[in-house]
Design a binder for this molecule. Structure first.
Ligand code: GLY
Length: 372
């Protein structure tokens, strides 16, 4: 049995500050963790079918043992849940459960559930508190922290939403044990992003220890999740609504969003896989612009390859659009101004910055080589 040490990271946002607690076994003690937040002993849990199958019974038992009454809604798993129809279903269900402003909603699952339930909580009775219990690596290190909530529409991903911070995030490291290797590695794409954007020592550590994380080492997993959350909390505390520094969290995402659109948000490319490829491309672009060394760029690719992750466009199964269509997809995401694009670039590992003046022809050249 793993020894339980709870790491606590504070997201410092004044009156809306909250803790992210990270440890194995937290689902099993969720009632004790959540009870102090409650004004009456009642919560509504929203989850998806996949998570419900493996973890819901344990969560409900952990809440009930503290005398908390639980009602739960199980939504279909998958990205298509994060749209208007399940959003309306979720909000109406919460109203039927008579969830009031003094109550707490629990978002129990990966990024889809966290974003959808967070947004439902933001608008329900003009805002109720919610607790995130993220069960995927991607949600644990990224989407459950920082208060971005929302849904997708026919026009694109995350175009409707709100900043609504959770009141507490419970990160149970044991939940990672039930992920497929592909889902774990996709989440790892977001972990590596933190080292690349701002902590070279963390990247060095990951180069040595990431294989341990994949093979299930709970200490390595907890360390990497804690360091990622610390970095995210620090950035969000300084720039909650992305006026400046928070944009660094988009390292690799301009390429990733174009690739996700090009692959129809399908199983061909998971979000975290797109982030990993996007980070490789961002470092290559930085090198071509004379900003970072070839060595740094090669190191990023070599590490992701060693982890048997996708690093190149040719690793994505099926055909991709040609260069100009790809650039168009990027242009929709980040404005093209006078032939220049906005990107997160790097001067080296751990030294990312936002550049508003990336020449379009350099991006075109990079993509055309990558599509060879
Ligand atoms: N996932 C990027 C952010 O939270 O800002």
């Amino acid at each position: 049995m793993t020894t339980m040490t709870i790491n606590t990271v504070v997201v410092d946002l004044g009156l809306r500050s909250y803790e992210v607690r990270i440890s194995p076994g937290l689902i099993g003690r969720a009632g004790a963790e959540i009870a102090p937040l409650l004004k009456r002993k009642k919560v509504a849990v929203v989850t998806d079918e996949t998570v419900a199958l493996v973890h819901l019974e344990r969560l409900v038992a952990a809440l009930e043992v503290e005398g908390i009454a639980v009602s739960s809604l199980v939504l279909p798993a998958g990205e298509s849940t994060k749209g208007w129809s399940q959003f309306a279903h979720c909000v109406e269900w919460l109203l039927e459960q008579k969830i009031e402003r003094r109550d707490v909603v629990v978002a129990f699952g990966g990024g889809v559930i966290g974003d959808l339930v967070g947004f439902a909580s933001a608008v329900l009775r003009r805002g109720v508190r919610f607790v995130q219990i993220p069960t995927t690596l991607l949600a644990q290190v990224d989407s459950s922290v920082g208060g971005k909530t929302g849904i997708n529409t026919a026009q694109g991903k995350n175009l409707v939403g709100a900043f609504h911070q959770p009141s507490l995030v419970l990160v149970d490291i044991d939940a990672l044990a039930t992920l497929s290797e592909r889902d774990f590695l996709a989440g790892y794409g977001e972990v590596i992003k933190y080292g690349l954007l701002g902590d070279r020592g963390f990247f060095d550590w990951l180069e040595v220890n990431a294989p341990l994380m994949v093979s299930g080492d709970a200490f390595a997993r907890q360390f990497a999740v804690r360091r990622s959350v610390e970095m995210k909390a620090g950035i969000v505390s300084g720039d909650e609504t992305e006026e400046g520094k928070r944009a660094l969290l988009n390292l690799g995402h301009t390429f990733c969003h174009a690739l996700e659109k090009a692959t129809g948000y399908s199983d061909r490319l998971l979000h975290g896989e797109g982030v990993a490829i996007g980070c490789v491309l961002a470092f290559e672009l930085s090198h071509r612009m004379g900003l970072c060394s070839q060595e740094a760029s090669s190191r990023v690719r070599a590490h992701l390859k060693a982890m048997r992750m996708k690093t190149d466009l040719r690793d994505i199964p099926g055909d991709l659009p040609d260069v100009s269509a790809m650039v168009d997809l990027m242009g929709q995401d980040k404005k093209v101004i006078d032939g220049h694009l906005r990107f997160v670039l790097a001067r080296g590992i751990g030294e990312a910055f936002v550049a508003d003046d990336v020449p379009l022809d350099l991006v075109t050249g990079l993509l055309s080589d990558a599509l060879q």
